[in-house]
Design a protein. Structure first.
Length: 333
Protein backbone atom coordinates (compact mmCIF):
# COMPACT_ATOMS: atom_id res chain seq x y z
CA UNK A 1 0.00 0.00 0.00
CA UNK A 2 2.84 2.38 0.91
CA UNK A 3 4.42 1.68 -2.44
CA UNK A 4 1.21 2.54 -4.23
CA UNK A 5 0.96 5.84 -2.33
CA UNK A 6 4.58 6.70 -3.20
CA UNK A 7 3.96 6.07 -6.88
CA UNK A 8 0.85 8.21 -6.80
CA UNK A 9 2.75 11.04 -5.11
CA UNK A 10 5.51 10.90 -7.72
CA UNK A 11 2.95 10.92 -10.52
CA UNK A 12 1.27 13.97 -8.99
CA UNK A 13 4.58 15.81 -8.73
CA UNK A 14 5.45 15.00 -12.35
CA UNK A 15 2.00 16.13 -13.47
CA UNK A 16 2.51 19.41 -11.59
CA UNK A 17 5.84 20.03 -13.25
CA UNK A 18 4.73 19.18 -16.82
CA UNK A 19 2.86 22.47 -17.55
CA UNK A 20 5.90 24.48 -16.45
CA UNK A 21 8.22 22.43 -18.67
CA UNK A 22 5.87 22.72 -21.64
CA UNK A 23 5.11 26.43 -21.13
CA UNK A 24 5.49 28.54 -24.34
CA UNK A 25 8.18 31.26 -24.52
CA UNK A 26 7.06 34.74 -23.51
CA UNK A 27 5.67 36.88 -26.36
CA UNK A 28 8.26 39.37 -27.61
CA UNK A 29 8.08 42.32 -29.99
CA UNK A 30 9.98 41.98 -33.27
CA UNK A 31 12.18 44.94 -34.34
CA UNK A 32 11.49 44.49 -38.08
CA UNK A 33 8.45 43.13 -39.88
CA UNK A 34 8.00 42.20 -43.56
CA UNK A 35 4.47 41.40 -44.74
CA UNK A 36 2.94 40.43 -48.07
CA UNK A 37 -0.72 41.08 -47.19
CA UNK A 38 -2.70 44.32 -46.92
CA UNK A 39 -3.12 43.86 -43.15
CA UNK A 40 -0.45 43.53 -40.46
CA UNK A 41 -1.51 41.04 -37.80
CA UNK A 42 -0.47 40.54 -34.21
CA UNK A 43 1.55 37.47 -35.12
CA UNK A 44 3.59 39.61 -37.56
CA UNK A 45 4.56 42.00 -34.76
CA UNK A 46 4.93 39.56 -31.86
CA UNK A 47 6.89 36.34 -31.63
CA UNK A 48 4.99 33.53 -29.87
CA UNK A 49 1.64 35.28 -30.18
CA UNK A 50 -0.07 31.90 -30.02
CA UNK A 51 -3.81 31.93 -30.64
CA UNK A 52 -3.74 35.72 -30.99
CA UNK A 53 -1.50 35.61 -34.07
CA UNK A 54 -4.36 36.20 -36.56
CA UNK A 55 -5.70 39.30 -34.82
CA UNK A 56 -5.65 42.17 -37.38
CA UNK A 57 -4.04 45.36 -36.09
CA UNK A 58 -3.05 47.86 -38.82
CA UNK A 59 -3.09 48.41 -42.58
CA UNK A 60 0.21 47.53 -44.22
CA UNK A 61 2.21 50.19 -46.12
CA UNK A 62 1.87 50.40 -49.88
CA UNK A 63 3.67 47.75 -51.94
CA UNK A 64 7.42 48.26 -51.70
CA UNK A 65 7.11 50.94 -48.99
CA UNK A 66 8.35 50.95 -45.40
CA UNK A 67 6.73 52.51 -42.34
CA UNK A 68 7.09 52.50 -38.54
CA UNK A 69 4.68 51.82 -35.69
CA UNK A 70 5.35 52.97 -32.10
CA UNK A 71 6.07 50.00 -29.84
CA UNK A 72 3.65 51.14 -27.13
CA UNK A 73 0.83 51.15 -29.70
CA UNK A 74 1.44 47.50 -30.56
CA UNK A 75 1.73 46.47 -26.88
CA UNK A 76 -1.51 48.30 -26.09
CA UNK A 77 -3.33 46.68 -29.05
CA UNK A 78 -2.08 43.25 -27.96
CA UNK A 79 -3.31 43.83 -24.41
CA UNK A 80 -6.76 44.85 -25.66
CA UNK A 81 -6.85 41.70 -27.80
CA UNK A 82 -6.13 39.58 -24.68
CA UNK A 83 -2.35 39.07 -25.09
CA UNK A 84 -0.73 40.66 -22.07
CA UNK A 85 2.88 41.06 -21.00
CA UNK A 86 4.40 41.50 -24.48
CA UNK A 87 8.09 42.14 -23.94
CA UNK A 88 9.22 45.23 -25.84
CA UNK A 89 12.55 45.72 -24.06
CA UNK A 90 13.80 49.20 -24.99
CA UNK A 91 12.27 49.32 -28.47
CA UNK A 92 10.69 52.62 -29.43
CA UNK A 93 9.16 51.45 -32.72
CA UNK A 94 8.80 48.57 -35.14
CA UNK A 95 9.80 48.93 -38.81
CA UNK A 96 7.19 47.47 -41.20
CA UNK A 97 8.00 46.73 -44.86
CA UNK A 98 5.48 45.66 -47.47
CA UNK A 99 7.10 42.97 -49.61
CA UNK A 100 6.92 43.63 -53.36
CA UNK A 101 8.49 42.92 -56.68
CA UNK A 102 10.11 46.16 -57.87
CA UNK A 103 10.38 47.00 -61.56
CA UNK A 104 13.31 49.47 -61.67
CA UNK A 105 13.33 52.71 -63.64
CA UNK A 106 15.94 51.27 -66.02
CA UNK A 107 13.54 48.50 -67.08
CA UNK A 108 10.73 51.00 -67.46
CA UNK A 109 12.95 53.22 -69.65
CA UNK A 110 13.74 50.22 -71.83
CA UNK A 111 10.04 49.57 -72.36
CA UNK A 112 9.41 53.22 -73.27
CA UNK A 113 12.42 53.34 -75.61
CA UNK A 114 11.26 50.21 -77.42
CA UNK A 115 7.73 51.54 -77.89
CA UNK A 116 8.89 54.99 -79.04
CA UNK A 117 11.50 53.51 -81.42
CA UNK A 118 8.79 51.37 -82.99
CA UNK A 119 6.53 54.40 -83.45
CA UNK A 120 9.38 56.39 -85.08
CA UNK A 121 10.61 53.53 -87.25
CA UNK A 122 13.98 53.43 -85.46
CA UNK A 123 15.52 49.97 -85.22
CA UNK A 124 18.15 50.76 -82.56
CA UNK A 125 16.48 51.47 -79.19
CA UNK A 126 19.76 52.91 -77.86
CA UNK A 127 19.05 55.88 -80.11
CA UNK A 128 16.04 56.83 -77.98
CA UNK A 129 16.74 58.97 -74.91
CA UNK A 130 14.05 58.68 -72.22
CA UNK A 131 13.58 61.07 -69.28
CA UNK A 132 10.70 60.53 -66.89
CA UNK A 133 8.96 63.47 -65.30
CA UNK A 134 9.70 64.25 -61.66
CA UNK A 135 7.79 61.98 -59.32
CA UNK A 136 7.84 58.87 -61.50
CA UNK A 137 8.91 55.99 -59.23
CA UNK A 138 9.79 52.35 -59.85
CA UNK A 139 6.70 50.16 -60.23
CA UNK A 140 5.90 47.92 -57.25
CA UNK A 141 3.66 44.87 -57.66
CA UNK A 142 2.88 41.78 -55.61
CA UNK A 143 5.88 39.47 -55.03
CA UNK A 144 4.18 36.61 -56.88
CA UNK A 145 3.39 38.72 -59.98
CA UNK A 146 6.24 37.52 -62.17
CA UNK A 147 4.88 38.59 -65.56
CA UNK A 148 6.92 40.89 -67.82
CA UNK A 149 5.62 44.44 -68.07
CA UNK A 150 3.84 45.11 -71.37
CA UNK A 151 2.91 48.32 -73.17
CA UNK A 152 -0.86 48.84 -73.22
CA UNK A 153 -0.91 52.31 -74.78
CA UNK A 154 1.57 54.94 -76.00
CA UNK A 155 0.99 58.57 -76.94
CA UNK A 156 4.15 60.25 -78.24
CA UNK A 157 4.62 63.64 -79.86
CA UNK A 158 7.64 63.32 -82.16
CA UNK A 159 8.02 67.12 -82.33
CA UNK A 160 8.16 67.87 -78.59
CA UNK A 161 9.18 64.39 -77.45
CA UNK A 162 6.51 64.30 -74.74
CA UNK A 163 5.00 60.86 -74.07
CA UNK A 164 2.36 59.18 -71.94
CA UNK A 165 2.57 55.42 -71.71
CA UNK A 166 0.56 52.79 -69.85
CA UNK A 167 2.43 49.69 -68.65
CA UNK A 168 0.65 46.62 -67.28
CA UNK A 169 2.10 43.68 -65.33
CA UNK A 170 0.30 40.36 -65.98
CA UNK A 171 -0.56 38.52 -62.77
CA UNK A 172 -0.65 41.67 -60.63
CA UNK A 173 -3.95 42.50 -58.92
CA UNK A 174 -2.74 46.03 -58.37
CA UNK A 175 -2.01 46.47 -62.08
CA UNK A 176 -5.39 44.99 -63.01
CA UNK A 177 -7.33 47.18 -60.56
CA UNK A 178 -5.62 50.37 -61.79
CA UNK A 179 -5.77 49.45 -65.47
CA UNK A 180 -1.98 49.65 -65.65
CA UNK A 181 0.60 52.21 -64.59
CA UNK A 182 0.63 55.61 -66.30
CA UNK A 183 4.09 57.10 -66.88
CA UNK A 184 4.93 60.46 -68.44
CA UNK A 185 8.08 62.17 -69.65
CA UNK A 186 10.04 62.99 -72.79
CA UNK A 187 11.65 60.66 -75.33
CA UNK A 188 13.80 61.93 -78.21
CA UNK A 189 15.57 60.28 -81.09
CA UNK A 190 19.35 60.59 -80.94
CA UNK A 191 21.49 61.04 -84.03
CA UNK A 192 25.25 60.96 -84.58
CA UNK A 193 26.83 64.20 -85.75
CA UNK A 194 30.46 65.02 -86.42
CA UNK A 195 31.77 68.19 -84.76
CA UNK A 196 35.25 69.72 -84.58
CA UNK A 197 37.13 68.89 -81.39
CA UNK A 198 38.98 72.22 -81.77
CA UNK A 199 38.70 75.38 -83.82
CA UNK A 200 39.54 74.59 -87.45
CA UNK A 201 40.92 77.40 -89.59
CA UNK A 202 40.21 77.83 -93.27
CA UNK A 203 42.42 75.63 -95.43
CA UNK A 204 43.38 73.25 -92.61
CA UNK A 205 43.27 69.59 -93.56
CA UNK A 206 41.05 67.67 -91.17
CA UNK A 207 42.41 64.61 -89.39
CA UNK A 208 40.31 62.08 -87.51
CA UNK A 209 41.82 63.37 -84.24
CA UNK A 210 40.49 66.87 -85.05
CA UNK A 211 36.91 65.56 -85.04
CA UNK A 212 34.57 63.83 -82.63
CA UNK A 213 31.27 62.00 -83.08
CA UNK A 214 28.57 63.10 -80.66
CA UNK A 215 25.13 61.61 -80.15
CA UNK A 216 22.59 64.41 -79.78
CA UNK A 217 18.83 64.67 -79.66
CA UNK A 218 17.53 65.48 -83.11
CA UNK A 219 15.42 68.38 -81.84
CA UNK A 220 18.50 69.95 -80.18
CA UNK A 221 20.48 70.01 -83.41
CA UNK A 222 19.19 72.94 -85.41
CA UNK A 223 19.99 73.60 -89.03
CA UNK A 224 20.69 70.03 -90.06
CA UNK A 225 20.54 69.51 -93.82
CA UNK A 226 20.86 66.58 -96.16
CA UNK A 227 24.60 67.25 -96.53
CA UNK A 228 25.38 67.61 -92.80
CA UNK A 229 28.48 65.53 -92.01
CA UNK A 230 27.40 62.47 -90.02
CA UNK A 231 30.51 60.26 -90.11
CA UNK A 232 34.29 60.70 -89.91
CA UNK A 233 35.07 59.32 -93.41
CA UNK A 234 32.98 62.15 -94.88
CA UNK A 235 35.39 64.76 -93.52
CA UNK A 236 38.79 63.24 -92.70
CA UNK A 237 41.41 64.19 -95.28
CA UNK A 238 39.49 67.20 -96.61
CA UNK A 239 40.24 70.84 -95.92
CA UNK A 240 38.03 73.47 -94.35
CA UNK A 241 36.54 75.88 -96.88
CA UNK A 242 35.73 78.26 -94.00
CA UNK A 243 36.54 78.39 -90.26
CA UNK A 244 34.75 75.59 -88.40
CA UNK A 245 33.82 76.41 -84.78
CA UNK A 246 34.31 73.82 -82.05
CA UNK A 247 31.35 71.53 -81.22
CA UNK A 248 29.27 72.83 -84.15
CA UNK A 249 27.96 70.50 -86.88
CA UNK A 250 29.06 71.38 -90.42
CA UNK A 251 28.22 70.41 -93.99
CA UNK A 252 30.09 68.80 -96.84
CA UNK A 253 29.75 72.15 -98.60
CA UNK A 254 32.03 73.57 -95.89
CA UNK A 255 34.82 71.23 -97.03
CA UNK A 256 37.06 71.04 -100.05
CA UNK A 257 39.97 69.07 -101.33
CA UNK A 258 43.26 70.21 -99.79
CA UNK A 259 44.93 73.00 -101.77
CA UNK A 260 48.04 71.68 -103.49
CA UNK A 261 48.86 75.04 -105.02
CA UNK A 262 48.80 78.32 -103.13
CA UNK A 263 48.10 81.68 -104.74
CA UNK A 264 51.28 83.47 -105.90
CA UNK A 265 53.37 80.35 -105.25
CA UNK A 266 55.90 78.96 -107.69
CA UNK A 267 54.67 76.08 -109.81
CA UNK A 268 56.11 73.69 -112.34
CA UNK A 269 54.16 73.95 -115.57
CA UNK A 270 54.17 70.91 -117.82
CA UNK A 271 52.85 70.46 -121.35
CA UNK A 272 52.73 67.05 -122.96
CA UNK A 273 52.11 66.09 -126.57
CA UNK A 274 52.72 62.80 -128.34
CA UNK A 275 56.45 62.27 -128.28
CA UNK A 276 57.29 65.47 -126.39
CA UNK A 277 56.93 66.95 -122.89
CA UNK A 278 57.92 70.48 -121.92
CA UNK A 279 58.44 71.82 -118.40
CA UNK A 280 58.98 75.38 -117.25
CA UNK A 281 58.65 77.56 -114.20
CA UNK A 282 55.59 79.61 -113.53
CA UNK A 283 53.57 81.41 -110.88
CA UNK A 284 50.09 80.44 -109.67
CA UNK A 285 47.62 83.31 -109.94
CA UNK A 286 45.03 81.29 -108.00
CA UNK A 287 45.01 78.62 -105.32
CA UNK A 288 43.75 75.18 -106.26
CA UNK A 289 43.20 71.62 -105.13
CA UNK A 290 43.90 68.51 -107.17
CA UNK A 291 41.84 68.60 -110.36
CA UNK A 292 41.03 72.32 -110.11
CA UNK A 293 41.62 74.47 -113.18
CA UNK A 294 43.48 77.64 -112.24
CA UNK A 295 45.28 80.46 -113.96
CA UNK A 296 49.07 80.41 -113.99
CA UNK A 297 51.67 82.75 -115.48
CA UNK A 298 54.53 81.60 -117.68
CA UNK A 299 57.46 83.48 -116.14
CA UNK A 300 59.39 83.41 -119.42
CA UNK A 301 56.69 84.80 -121.70
CA UNK A 302 54.59 86.53 -119.01
CA UNK A 303 51.54 84.95 -120.63
CA UNK A 304 48.58 83.77 -118.54
CA UNK A 305 47.56 80.18 -119.11
CA UNK A 306 44.88 77.84 -117.80
CA UNK A 307 46.24 74.74 -116.14
CA UNK A 308 44.96 71.83 -114.08
CA UNK A 309 46.47 71.12 -110.67
CA UNK A 310 48.03 67.65 -110.79
CA UNK A 311 50.14 67.61 -107.63
CA UNK A 312 51.79 69.68 -104.96
CA UNK A 313 53.14 72.76 -106.79
CA UNK A 314 52.56 71.13 -110.19
CA UNK A 315 50.12 72.01 -112.95
CA UNK A 316 49.50 70.73 -116.48
CA UNK A 317 48.56 72.93 -119.43
CA UNK A 318 45.08 72.27 -120.76
CA UNK A 319 45.20 71.55 -124.49
CA UNK A 320 43.80 74.32 -126.60
CA UNK A 321 42.69 74.53 -130.21
CA UNK A 322 45.75 76.52 -131.18
CA UNK A 323 49.30 75.69 -130.13
CA UNK A 324 50.45 77.56 -127.07
CA UNK A 325 53.77 79.37 -127.15
CA UNK A 326 55.45 78.15 -124.02
CA UNK A 327 58.97 79.40 -124.84
CA UNK A 328 59.85 82.81 -126.26
CA UNK A 329 61.32 82.44 -129.76
CA UNK A 330 64.76 83.84 -130.46
CA UNK A 331 64.88 86.75 -133.00
CA UNK A 332 65.67 85.75 -136.57
CA UNK A 333 69.12 86.94 -137.76
Amino acid sequence: MRRVRSLALIAALVAGLAPAAAAEPAPRLRPHVSVAADIVRLGDFVEHAGRFADVALFRAPDLGHTGTVPAWQIVDAARRAGLADVAADSQAEVVVTRAARIIPLADMEEKVAGAVALSLGVTDTSRIRVAFEAGVRPIAVEPDARGTAIVVRLDHDARTGRFEIVLAVPGSDRSARAGGFVLTGHAHELIDVVVPARMINRGEVLKASDLTVERRARHETHGLTADTVMSLPQAAGLAARRPLPIDRPFRTADLMKPELVERNSAVLITFETPGMMLSLRGRALEAGAEGDVIQVQNLQTQRTLQAKVIGSGRVSIIRQARPVALVRSAPTP
